[in-house]
Design a protein around this ligand. Structure first.
Ligand code: SAM
Length: 338
């Protein structure tokens, strides 16, 4: 569609925030490097880091996944757990929990939040290959604003999908429908280029299995082109092509996956994005790395990865998580044990 009369989001002071970047950004500090040279974690502000990376990695990434703070207007704490000897003389062990500040999600106003995200989305776009995708993970409070802002940065035609991550959470009664979903906006770098795409499938609905069984259906058409009743084949089906509403559980409190980092996303969610949008050896970038979920999944699946975070707690958790990873043997043979 022509963008001769592009629709954009406006607010006072917006143009200054989107001023062209200065040149000559210093290379970011490396907080962790995979011994095999397959991945790095950078310390510092991600805008400076993304702009520095653009000097060496422009067009090199197949996937950028961004999971910024959600405009909660509060500080978020990590809960660190350490096993310690209890001192009862019997060599007993207990878990010691410490709460430490992890990241700050306080903003002067909504405009300040959008002014932070917009230039970072634009800088991340510069790292993408023409067949690559950017996924922005937000919640319904900000997703509509970011959709319009990202349309402006990528172009309206580059929008690929709005994925709804639907999860179960502890039920509470409020005078509203309980929020049980996040929003992931996917953009393509260049919609004219065939995207990196691996078709994923989801299981058939119980009603489909009851009517048709578990084999493939063949669509049948009448002479006038109208669809008629489909016929069953004997070929087994892989399921139905994955839709854009994903039912994936949050990380359980006792799960081994839980790091104690606030807002940690489940590996199952990230695995779906990485598997669908990248191949082995492709570069995956996460400028809001947090506990390193994206990087850990990318490493395990044999992708290369680059992460950025400015929180020391995040960097410590992500580094030790990455150092423990051993990739699947059939996914590029990566071993990255510290
Ligand atoms: C919502 S958390 C990401 C959680 C992550 N996806 C996970 O699964 O653990 C957002 C992260 O972005 C980081 N962050 C926020 N603003 C940043 C900035 N300007 N530069 C670098 N990191 C930033 C925070 O320190 C925090 O770790």
């Amino acid at each position: 569609m022509s963008s001769a009369r592009a629709v954009t989001l406006g607010w006072q002071g917006k143009n200054e925030a989107f001023a062209p970047p200065d040149r000559g950004h210093a290379a970011p500090e490396i907080a962790y490097a995979c011994p095999e040279g397959r991945g790095e974690l950078h310390r510092g502000d991600n805008l400076a880091a993304l702009r520095a990376l653009a000097q060496t990695h422009a067009g090199a990434a197949t996937l950028v996944y961004m999971d910024p703070p959600f405009l909660t207007n509060r500080m978020h704490d990590a809960v660190l757990r350490k096993t310690r000897v209890t001192g009862d003389g019997a060599g007993g062990r207990g878990i010691e929990r410490t709460t430490v500040p992890a990241f700050d999600d306080r903003w002067s106003d909504q405009a300040a939040y959008l002014e932070a995200l917009g230039p970072r989305i634009a800088a991340a776009r510069d790292l993408l290959a023409p067949h690559g995708s950017l996924v922005i993970h937000v919640d319904p409070k900000t997703s509509h604003y970011l959709k319009v802002l990202a349309d402006e940065i990528f172009g309206f035609d580059a929008f690929a999908s709005e994925i709804v991550w639907r999860y179960r959470r502890w039920p509470t009664k409020t005078q509203n429908f309980q929020r049980v979903h996040d929003v992931l906006l996917r953009y393509r770098k260049d919609p004219r280029v065939k995207p990196r795409w691996n078709q994923l499938y989801e299981p058939l609905a119980a009603s489909t299995i009851a009517t048709w069984g578990k084999t493939k259906q063949r669509a049948e058409f009448a002479k006038d082109g109208r669809r008629t009743r489909s016929t069953a084949t004997s070929e087994p089906t892989q399921g139905v092509p994955m839709g854009d509403v994903w039912d994936i559980g949050v990380i359980a409190p006792i799960s081994r996956e839980r790091t104690g980092y606030p807002s940690q996303k489940p590996e199952a969610l990230i695995e779906r994005i990485v598997t669908g949008l990248t191949d082995a050896d492709d570069l995956v970038v996460d400028p809001y790395a947090g506990s390193g979920t994206t990087l850990a999944v990318a490493a395990r699946l044999g992708r290369r990865y680059l992460g950025i975070d400015q929180s020391d707690v995040a960097l410590e958790i992500a580094s030790s998580r990455l150092a423990r990873i051993v990739a699947l043997p059939d996914a590029g043979g990566l071993t990255c044990r510290g």
